[in-house]
Design a protein. Structure first.
Length: 231
């Protein structure tokens, strides 16, 4: 039985973007009906560019067929923001949560990510207060984590993507976050050591729950799928 302050956390491993998107949609309906508590999905995606509601075609300047030839899928999404890249070695988190103020929710996620990065010895900060283009978490002027959300009837899917030890080259082939001057970084790039995604996933889970005042309850995939099927 889930407690009022529980945060269900499920590690989905590597999962295709469209499959994860469909799962989020089902879980969102369950959360709207209060059939499940706030939930955090943690996962990796195969290489994919996702296009937010503000994506300009110029941001994918090579043309979609070129990206497909590189083995990178392109997916439409209803989240906020512009184009970004997901791939192996990047920690993606999709909170399915009932929220109030969107800006406060985003800022709290930024604080949680910055705290987890501090645990890895990286000084980072959120910049959403500086305007929509700066949403996410930054190390100096380099961006290490992206955030995009979409709120429907008080519940948000989508969430954050943190560069741990993923390939950063695909970011160079687009205009990430609609900012031509932005340079992406990762835990590996900042520490000059191999980022350890399983360890960072544990740090991020603890810091996320702490930031929102919730108690982590690990949920196996089969239980999560059953909750989604009941939506």
């Amino acid at each position: 039985m889930a407690g009022k302050g529980d945060l269900w956390v499920c590690d989905l491993g590597t999962i295709a973007y469209r499959q994860a998107d469909a799962l989020q949609d089902r879980l969102r309906r369950s959360r709207q009906a209060d059939a499940i508590p706030d939930t955090l999905l943690l996962l990796e995606h195969p290489p994919v560019y996702t296009k937010g509601r503000r994506t300009d075609p110029k941001e994918l300047g090579m043309g979609e067929s070129w990206y497909l030839m590189q083995g990178i899928e392109i997916a439409e999404t209803d989240r906020g923001g512009s184009v970004t890249y997901h791939g192996p070695g990047q920690l993606v988190g999709y909170p399915i949560m009932r929220i109030g103020d969107v800006r406060s929710f985003v800022a709290t996620m930024e604080d949680a990510i910055a705290a987890a990065l501090a645990d890895e010895g990286i000084e980072a900060r959120g910049r959403s207060a500086e305007g929509v283009p700066y949403t996410g978490v930054w190390v100096g002027e380099r961006k290490i984590a992206s955030i995009g959300v979409h709120v429907s009837r008080g519940v948000t899917p989508h969430g954050f993507a943190i560069n741990v030890d993923n390939d950063l080259q695909p970011f160079e082939w687009v205009i990430p976050c609609a900012m031509a001057e932005v340079r992406m970084t990762s835990i590996t790039a900042e520490t000059r050591e191999g980022g350890h995604l399983p360890r960072f996933r544990e740090l991020m889970t603890a810091r996320f729950a702490e930031a929102f005042g919730l108690t982590v309850r690990p949920v196996p995939t089969n239980e999560l799928q059953a909750a989604a099927a009941a939506a």
